[in-house]
Design a protein around this ligand. Structure first.
Ligand SMILES: *[C@@H]1O[C@H](CO)[C@@H](O)[C@H](O)[C@H]1NC(C)=O
Ligand SMILES: *[C@@H]1O[C@H](CO)[C@@H](O)[C@H](O)[C@H]1NC(C)=O
Ligand SMILES: *[C@@H]1O[C@H](CO)[C@@H](O)[C@H](O)[C@H]1NC(C)=O
Ligand SMILES: *[C@@H]1O[C@H](CO)[C@@H](O)[C@H](O)[C@H]1NC(C)=O
Length: 344
């Protein structure tokens, strides 16, 4: 405490020439260096429709022409699959019917952790998800959930570097973002490593390169899973990774001027995270200590995944603090909405 006070004083003393410092950071990223959120109560629950779904998880959300489209995972003892729903107002989110995507070309079997985006060069929607490999399906019309194609894998099998590093982890949470030249595929190993592959934009979705380690931490808890990468402004990128803290799950963040990195810490500690229990005030009940896998709400639809640096909304998964973690797949995950307070 004393030492941080001293460094504050030192900063203040050098304030005259240093006034430009925070502005420099702002110009580079247009992002604030600290974040604060308010959260809704649990907003979206499993339906009582005979499917036996225990938890709704891993939301990917995009707003197109006034409609929010959400793709997410269902979890239950039998495993994971995907579903879709839409609404025009968050207050109506839970009353929207679920379309289970095993009713589309995506089919039955293990599928989880979807990411949706529009690939403008091909005028096609992509849904990227995990199925043991990293897979995608496409659709001409996001409003027509029956229209998703059968899964195609990005890789011929688990890439060697990932296999070699798993050590009891899981290969999860695939994420695609493109710049002007390339499309990049990120994934995590639940073991402290974030991976990245790439292919030329003109070749997407074919030709993903062997992954390289984009970032690693000695403790897997400090770089766990559910990574998101967004474009901020023109040439700046925001990386979020879900981590395991002393209280629960939270997100660390980094910025870069290149999707290939290097990544520079932004709000990257449990006490001052991008998003977590320590910087979130709940409107109503504090229904979860674990602020887990989710996505910033995108209103810009293309493959560059542009978001605003302020006024963000984050749709995430949380779980009753009294839940029994001995049966992970049966945990009662719900979706909640967080809103960034203030900002830039
Ligand atoms: C929480 O309440 C504040 C004050 O009414 C409101 O501005 C904010 O949007 C609410 N947050 C969410 C996520 O609903
Ligand atoms: C949004 O609406 C406009 C105007 O009706 C239409 O041209 C456009 O295709 C719609 N966008 C999407 C992604 O459906
Ligand atoms: C909303 O989802 C339903 C499927 O549950 C779909 O038929 C409909 O077209 C979607 N509406 C919009 C506006 O995308
Ligand atoms: C939060 O998640 C961790 C696993 O990362 C779990 O062990 C813990 O019980 C959860 N805490 C609460 C209060 O739900």
């Amino acid at each position: 405490m004393l030492s941080s006070l001293i460094s504050l004083v030192v900063l203040a003393v050098s304030a005259a020439p240093a006034i430009a410092l925070p502005q420099l950071t702002t110009r580079q990223t247009n992002l604030p260096s600290t974040f604060k959120w308010t959260s809704s109560n649990a907003l979206v629950f499993p339906k009582n429709d005979g499917r036996g779904v225990a938890g709704v998880k891993d939301p990917s959300i995009i707003q197109v022409n006034g409609t929010y489209h959400v793709f997410a995972s269902t979890a239950q003892n039998e495993g994971y699959s995907l579903f879709y729903f839409n609404f025009t107002d968050y207050s109506k989110a839970n009353s929207s019917p679920f379309f289970y995507l095993d009713q589309s070309g995506i089919g039955t079997g293990y599928r989880a952790a979807p990411q949706v985006f529009y690939f403008a060069p091909q005028k096609l929607w992509y849904l990227v998800y995990q199925n043991g490999n990293a897979a995608y399906s496409t659709n001409k019309d996001i409003s027509e959930p029956k229209g998703w194609t059968a899964p195609t894998n990005f890789y011929s099998g688990t890439p060697k570097i990932i296999e070699d590093n798993l050590e009891g982890g899981y290969w999860v949470d695939m994420w695609v973002i493109c710049d002007d030249a390339d499309c990049h595929l990120f994934s995590s190993d639940d073991n402290g490593r974030l991976y990245r592959s790439q292919t030329p934009l003109s070749n997407f979705p074919s030709g993903m390169s062997d992954p390289v380690i984009a970032m690693e931490e000695p403790r897997k808890e400090d770089l766990f899973e559910a990574a998101n990468v967004y474009t901020i402004g023109e040439k700046s990128y925001l990386l979020l990774v879900e981590c395991i803290g002393s209280v629960g799950r939270y997100f660390r963040s980094w910025t870069s001027t290149d999707i290939k990195g290097p990544w520079k810490a932004l709000a990257a500690t449990e006490s001052q995270p991008f998003f977590g229990a320590s910087n979130t005030v709940f409107n109503g009940t504090k229904w979860t200590d674990n602020l887990s896998h989710g996505e910033v709400v995108r209103t810009d639809v293309d493959q560059t995944l542009k978001i605003k640096p302020c006024g963000m909304e984050f749709l995430y998964q949380g779980v009753d603090p009294g839940a029994d973690w001995s049966s992970y797949n049966a945990l009662p995950w719900r979706l909640g909405l967080a809103r960034q307070v203030g900002g830039c």
